[in-house]
Write a protein that binds this ligand. Structure first.
Ligand code: IVH
Length: 694
């Protein structure tokens, strides 16, 4: 059995081979900012713009350039980092042993080369065939679980590999993860690593509900798992279909783990820890290649997603012998499958108008299964792609899905009737408002310039404004936005704040109760913190995380509106393009007028959270707590989970803004600081009283 050819990876390798040093330098300087940006979009904003495969190939290209021209390797190159960012409000989690990443193989040839490299390195130690284990590469959120004396006491995300985020409060709600290991003789400590995964069917159901409610759909199950685990409210996590599978180990004490990886996994499996049923022990590289093909064939039918296979040396003594390179073990490598493709008939091409007026062609397809889902629509990205593909209605097209929900049309299957079929051509005018379309300079994007009154742009802008990460206006879903715009009650976002109950009630299906609720929810959103208002305004490339950085740097909307390019680029994480977007946005009179009008109608733009996301307990909601020392009956993680669920904020250090320090035994410098700053210090009993828990 052989593995399919990955043409895209081969093209990258060939391209890098032709580069001279100057070209390689120029390419490196384009690739690095691109990788940094996409990394941020993926990890921090949960809003990836390119597929995982495209990211992997950009990364690979940089690796190949660095291999060929070692003097071009920058000390802070993205290839040296493992990299996630952290979320405010989660405490740091320090890994006892760093969580590393894996090198990649894209072809059978890469795998055979890997086997040869290992044999050379092992030299005399090398057995006639290397014992391997092949496992699915689980496409979830990497997690370390810490068990002490068999009890789950810690859970942390990978973060930068050394330090992630403490997410025990959420992990405790995942049923697949035992809170106690099923063994009478547990080790004093064992750190079990694996992936938190989102059930694919549950994922699609959840997205449908989110879209119906006016919330943004998650890109893919991995993002959904990450978003679910890295948010603050454990009751949300508990409602989502998450599971877990173990694949490796960190530190351990008081246990002699078996000397082969598959036996180690079998041992933790016998303690109640889920592992993947397709893990396959293989003697030698030929068997590895067969196992990878077998896992690839089963891929579409799995309940959770995979994005490759991991090949590991099974014998732990050989693993020790092989050791590590900077950021990954030599004894393991990840094989990335080429994206799954299939063919189907192109029934029609439609054109969608986005929030910024960009026109995106959409392919309507004869329904077909690819990558585990049935697909009837696919994105065609932009005008150039449409031209390049020379799509004809009725043609057979090649469809690809690579880890993302939105599949792509990547080619046309040639046939005799191609020229006789009608071509899919771009419209001259906006399909929604008939305004002649424009092309941005020589950019590939074609836009509807009618940003003031194109109903499609307005619909998208209003829905974005009210979405969960922005102003979080419950009840402002797809249907109500459409009605408000159709009735001309809303012709720009600020009109929302001028709506009366009577006006809303005049709309179809809007009874007095619903209307009152919607108007009240809109009014409540006036107090949303600055970072949310900034997200809501829809400034190009200013997502939630950039908005957060801007809000904490500038403190108010006026300071931001008046900021120069230099002021903006001085903010950590803001590059030239985003800075320019911000300056251009505020310079447009219609935007500054809109900001003024929002203020006149009551939107306050406060810096700090003036409303809490889930205020449920008057005594603690909105208050800031710091936890220190060992509490008599609760772990700090449990106390934190209860506080967060009650609407409090929990911070890692004491400041004048801290309302309460909860101190247990052996509390150290935080307690001293609390006394120095005269912050209220309480014990666990008082905390229980405040929380209303026995
Ligand atoms: S073993 C040194 N096995 O892939 C890393 N990792 O690129 C040893 N992953 O974030 C990890 N499935 O969490 C291993 N079967 C598997 C895996 C797996 C997914 C993740 C891992 C890490 C990433 C490494």
């Amino acid at each position: 059995m052989s593995l399919p050819q990955a043409n895209d990876a081969a093209t990258v390798t060939a391209r890098v081979r032709t580069l001279n040093r100057d070209d390689a330098l120029a390419r490196r300087d384009t690739l690095i900012p691109e990788l940094v940006r996409h990394n941020r979009l993926y990890h921090t904003d949960d809003a990836a713009e390119i597929t995982d495969r495209e990211y992997d190939l950009l990364y690979r290209e940089l690796e190949l350039i660095e291999d060929r021209f070692p003097d071009l390797v920058l000390p802070d190159s993205p290839t040296h980092r493992v990299g996630d960012a952290t979320v405010d409000g989660l405490m740091p989690f320090v890994h006892a042993q760093p969580m590393l990443s894996l090198g990649n193989a894209f072809s059978e040839e890469d795998l055979r080369d890997y086997d040869i490299r290992l044999r050379k390195r092992l030299a005399d130690q090398c057995p006639p065939v290397i014992p391997y284990i092949v496992e699915p590469k689980l496409d979830g959120l990497a997690m370390e679980l810490v068990y002490e004396d068999g009890v789950l006491v810690g859970a942390g995300t990978r973060g930068d590999g050394e330090r992630g985020e403490d997410v025990l409060h959420n992990v405790q709600t995942i049923r697949a993860i035992p809170s106690r290991l099923a063994t009478a003789t547990p080790p004093s400590r064992v750190d079990i690593r694996g992936e938190v995964l989102f059930d694919v069917a549950g994922f699609h159901r959840m997205n449908e509900t989110r879209v119906a409610r006016g919330d943004k759909a998650f890109e893919n199950p991995r993002n959904a798992a990450a978003g679910t685990i890295r948010q603050l409210d454990p009751s949300v996590t508990a409602r989502r279909p998450l599971t877990f599978m173990a694949h490796s180990f960190g530190a351990s004490e008081g246990v002699d783990l078996p000397e082969s990886h598959h036996e180690q996994l079998a041992l933790v499996h016998s303690w109640g820890m889920p592992i993947n049923a397709l893990n396959t022990v293989c003697d030698g590289i030929d068997a590895v290649i067969e196992a990878i093909a077998m896992i690839g064939a089963a891929r579409g039918d799995m309940a959770t997603e995979i994005d490759g296979a991991v090949v590991k040396v099974d014998d732990v003594r050989l693993q020790r012998e092989l050791g590590f390179v900077t950021r990954s073990p030599r004894w393991a490598i990840a094989y990335k499958y080429p994206p799954e493709q299939t063919t189907t008939e192109l029934e029609d091409v439609g054109f969608q108008v986005g929030r910024t007026g960009a026109i995106t062609p959409v392919a309507y397809l004869k329904p077909v299964r690819v990558g585990g889902v049935t697909v009837s629509r696919a994105s065609l990205h932009n005008a150039d792609q449409l031209l390049r593909l020379d799509l004809r209605i009725g043609s057979t097209v090649v469809l690809q899905r690579s880890g993302d929900v939105i599949p792509q049309v990547v080619g046309v299957v040639p046939d005799d009737q191609h020229d006789d079929r009608p071509a899919a051509t771009y419209p001259e005018t906006c399909p929604e408002c008939d305004t002649p379309l424009v092309r941005d300079g020589d950019a590939v994007v074609i836009r509807c310039p009618n940003t003031l009154s194109c109903p499609a742009q307005l619909r998208a802008a209003v829905r974005h404004f009210g979405s969960r990460l922005a102003m979080d206006i419950e009840g402002l879903g797809e249907k109500s936005v459409e009605q408000l715009i159709e009735s001309k009650l809303v012709t720009r976002v600020s009109d929302l704040y001028a709506l009366t109950v009577d006006q809303v009630e005049s709309l179809e299906r809007m009874g007095p109760k619903l209307s009152e609720l919607l108007v009240a929810n809109i009014a409540k959103s006036c107090a949303q913190p600055l970072r949310r208002v900034l997200t809501a305004l829809g400034i190009p490339e200013v997502g939630e995380s950039t908005a957060r950085d801007l809000a904490s740097h500038f403190g108010g909307i006026d300071a931001l509106a008046n900021a120069s390019l230099e002021d903006l680029t001085a903010v950590h994480g803001i590059g030239d393009i985003v800075a320019q977007n911000i300056v251009t946005w505020f310079a447009a009179p219609k935007h500054s007028e809109e900001v003024t009008r929002l203020r006149e109608l009551g939107v306050q733009f406060p810096e700090e959270d003036a409303v809490n996301d889930q205020p449920t307990n008057e005594a603690v909601a909105g208050k800031t707590f710091v936890l220190t020392g060992t509490l008599p009956t609760m772990t700090r993680g449990e106390a934190k989970a209860l506080l967060l669920a009650a609407g409090a904020a929990v911070k890692g250090s004491v400041s004048k803004k801290t309302d309460f320090v909860v101190a247990g035994a052996d509390a150290g410098s935080k307690l001293e600081k609390a006394h120095a700053l005269e912050v209220a210090v309480i014990d666990e009993d008082t905390l229980r009283t405040l929380l209303g828990v026995a």
